[in-house]
Write a protein that binds this ligand. Structure first.
Ligand code: PTJ
Length: 246
């Protein structure tokens, strides 16, 4: 693999791409994950590869939801595991969430490889391998969840999710925090909180907000959640793509 010079104008983007390639080589990321990454990169390029003001507000609202939750769960797929495993473990610790491996293209080998990878990055418990729960309305493999994980969660962070599954999870009545660079995707459209930002920037920023908010009274968190407007966030993201607005 060629070294990327740190002064390359798209250094971060190329580094992220290499993490996905390594994920495929290690059996963590699916080959379809490469295509998903390409789609994401195109939107990130149009967004200026930065966290917009509206994405930052969504990340703050997501942090408030996670802190208010009775049982928050962070759903991990093959792309997310390759891109920011340590950052997800840290967020789970700060908000007291479970980590659950939940794959679109589920194989036992990838489930185990991702769970091991998360443990190597500090996770103590990783859910998803029991698979004794189901998401109603989806075909067999894609529907599998842990009954005491996503099955029981009231708030779920679902990054880079297929639209179909995001909608099915939302239909279960869960508060769904979606990270997706495409504001027009069905996942972003069905989210309680759509975060239109790159997962590598979004997760550390949700953690930063959670650290800042965790000592605040419950009423403050409830107000942040109530004031968040998902439709306005999607509109602001689309506007940022079209006009370059902050
Ligand atoms: O590991 P698996 O088997 O669960 O499969 C995961 C993928 C991502 C392959 C699967 O869920 C899939 O096919 O997803 P889609 O339908 O391609 O959707 C992925 C969405 O995530 C697209 O809207 C992309 O724009 C967006 N996306 C891609 N990379 C990033 C991203 N959003 C935020 N950060 C990224 N780095």
């Amino acid at each position: 693999m060629t070294d990327i010079p740190a002064d390359h104008p798209r250094y971060e983007s190329l580094l992220t791409r290499h993490r996905i390639e390594a994920g495929v080589d290690e059996g963590i990321t699916s080959r379809q994950g490469l295509i998903a990454q390409g789609r994401g990169e195109a939107f990130d390029y149009l967004l200026g590869e930065r966290t917009t003001e509206s994405a930052d507000a969504a990340e703050r609202a997501a942090a408030a939801h996670l802190l208010l939750a009775d049982h928050p769960v962070l759903s991990i797929n093959g792309n997310v595991a390759a891109l920011c495993p340590g950052e997800l473990v840290e967020l789970a610790e700060v908000v007291g969430a479970d980590l659950e491996v939940n794959l679109f293209n589920r194989t036992e080998e990838r489930m185990a490889a991702i769970a091991d990878h998360l443990r190597e990055h500090g996770a103590t418990e990783v859910k998803g391998l029991t698979a004794d729960g189901r998401i109603p309305g989806l075909s067999h493999e894609r529907a599998k969840v842990d009954a005491d994980g996503i099955g029981d969660a009231d708030v779920v962070l679902v990054p880079l999710e297929d639209g179909d599954r995001a909608e099915a999870l939302a239909a279960m009545g869960k508060v769904e925090l979606v990270v997706d660079l495409n504001p027009m995707s069905r996942s972003a459209q069905s989210a309680t909180v759509p975060i239109v930002d790159n997962i590598v920037r979004a997760v550390p920023n949700v953690t930063r907000h959670a650290r800042e908010l965790r000592r605040r009274p419950r009423e403050d968190l409830e107000r942040i959640v109530a004031e968040f407007d998902a439709a306005a966030a999607l509109e602001a993201a689309e506007n940022a793509i079209r006009t370059g607005a902050k």
